[in-house]
Design a binder for this molecule. Structure first.
Ligand code: LLP
Length: 409
């Protein structure tokens, strides 16, 4: 969303206030062209012979978004059997789906095998069992490179104490299973966290991966995960993707040349592709003057966008109804019976009841982490593409809340 001539406008010149009139509030809106721009930017940053961008769909799983990202040329990363089913329904070929589960029951891995997708395993017992049952199916292994990276502890997943991955020091155990069963290793995978600003964290991870790759001449791909930091605050920093691309591509190309390999480089971004593309539009119910704080209470809460409450995440907030008004200091809060504060002591152009506020960067991990807490309904979703708006998810109704309940009285 852009600010131009005193108005906030979505791509194609669409006025977000008109969308709220048409579809109601609160409302998630996504701009397809922003996703496309990010996809192309990422692709251009890495100069290697074979590159795959594999969308981490946990960020946002609406089927229209999945289909749009697929037609850009992306493959897809799924972390549950349900995400796999959604990816296949969106038209991804099974070979373009990487299933990266963590701590699932083996039966779920068997379901994924039956669907023909690529399998990425992250524990020794699962690899042992897989090798016994499916020695003919090549696997990918998720490596824990012992790297502490990411914006906060909750999303740092590549350090030595993380539940994710197999320590690179335990690879001899994996090698033993491969030798006994004859199973092939087709891929190596790592992912160390989210909101990683410093390109060096990726480079350090790549060193670990390339060092392991020396021992596997038949390796098809190395998946370097994701975690690229996107700007959330005004003038915020972001991962310098071009610098990272240059450094990592050089290292990767040297390795491929030196060892005579034609490995595919894979990244699996979530936020980088969809965060900026999303805007969450809410309406102000009440402006409440407390003793020390002015609260703007909106028609939403942690049930629709939990990142500020869960990770202390910052989402920029604009007043679309009064974009150039004099700013005042507000706590923007939700309607849930918990302390669901979207923003604390934030300078925002003067807010009145009925105003529409926009929470920016709401494409990744916002709708996908939404719930029905307080028996509230989840919002509708709209996609903007080529200057037109498309409803891509209906607003829930009270019937949705009763749908799977069984009344025994
Ligand atoms: N690959 C794997 C294996 C992942 O676990 C994740 C994210 C990604 C890729 C994509 O990472 P991204 O490019 O989006 O940073 N809910 C948190 C972020 C948790 C991410 C979990 N895994 C948030 O809202 O900040």
């Amino acid at each position: 969303m852009k600010f131009e001539n005193g108005h906030y406008l979505l791509s194609g010149g669409i006025n977000p206030l008109k969308l709220v009139e048409k579809y109601g509030s609160p409302l998630y809106v996504y701009e397809a062209e922003t996703i496309e721009r990010q996809y192309q930017r990422l692709k251009a940053a890495f100069q290697v012979e074979k590159l795959k961008i594999s969308y981490a769909c946990k960020a946002l799983t609406n089927i229209s978004i999945l289909k749009f990202i697929k037609q850009l040329g992306s493959t897809i990363d799924c972390v549950s059997i349900q995400e796999v089913q959604m990816a296949l329904r969106a038209g991804f070929a099974p070979v373009d789906v990487l299933y990266t589960p963590s701590g699932v029951h083996f039966s779920e891995i068997e379901e994924a095998v039956a669907l023909g997708v690529r399998i990425n395993l992250d524990n020794i017992p699962a690899i042992e069992k897989f090798g016994e049952i499916y020695p003919h199916i090549p696997i990918c292994v998720r490596i824990n490179p012992h790297i502490m990276a990411g914006g906060n502890l909750k999303t740092s997943v590549g350090h030595i104490d993380s539940k994710f991955g197999i320590s690179y020091q335990q690879m001899p155990l994996v090698q033993g299973i491969l030798e006994t069963t004859g199973m092939k290793l087709e891929g190596l995978h790592m992912h160390t966290g989210s909101d990683i600003l410093n390109p060096d964290a990726f480079i350090a991870g790549a060193d670990v991966m390339l060092n392991l790759a020396k021992d596997y001449p038949d390796l098809d791909y190395i998946d370097f995960g994701s975690g690229f930091k996107v700007p959330y605050k005004p003038n915020d920093l972001e991962t310098n993707i071009e610098e990272l691309g240059e450094k990592l591509s050089a290292k990767f190309n040297t390795f491929c040349q030196e060892y005579g390999r034609a490995i595919t480089m894979v990244f699996e971004p979530g936020k980088f592709l969809v965060s900026e593309a999303g805007s969450f539009l809410v309406t102000v119910n009440v402006v409440k003057h407390g003793v020390t704080t002015v609260f703007a209470g909106v028609d939403s809460g942690l049930n629709h966008l939990i990142r500020p409450m869960f990770y202390d995440a910052y989402h920029r907030i604009s007043n679309l109804s009064n974009p150039e008004g004099k700013t005042q200091t507000y706590n923007v809060v939700g309607y849930i019976c918990e302390t669901d504060t979207f923003a604390t002591k934030r300078e925002i152009p003067e807010i009145a009841p009925g105003d529409v506020l926009c929470m920016h960067n709401a494409g990744a991990y916002c709708y996908s982490m939404a719930s029905n807490y307080n028996s509230r309904l989840r919002p509708a979703e709209v996609l903007i593409y080529q200057g037109k708006d498309f409803l891509i998810r209906e607003r829930e109704t009270i019937e949705d809340l009763f749908k799977h309940q069984i009344d025994v009285f």
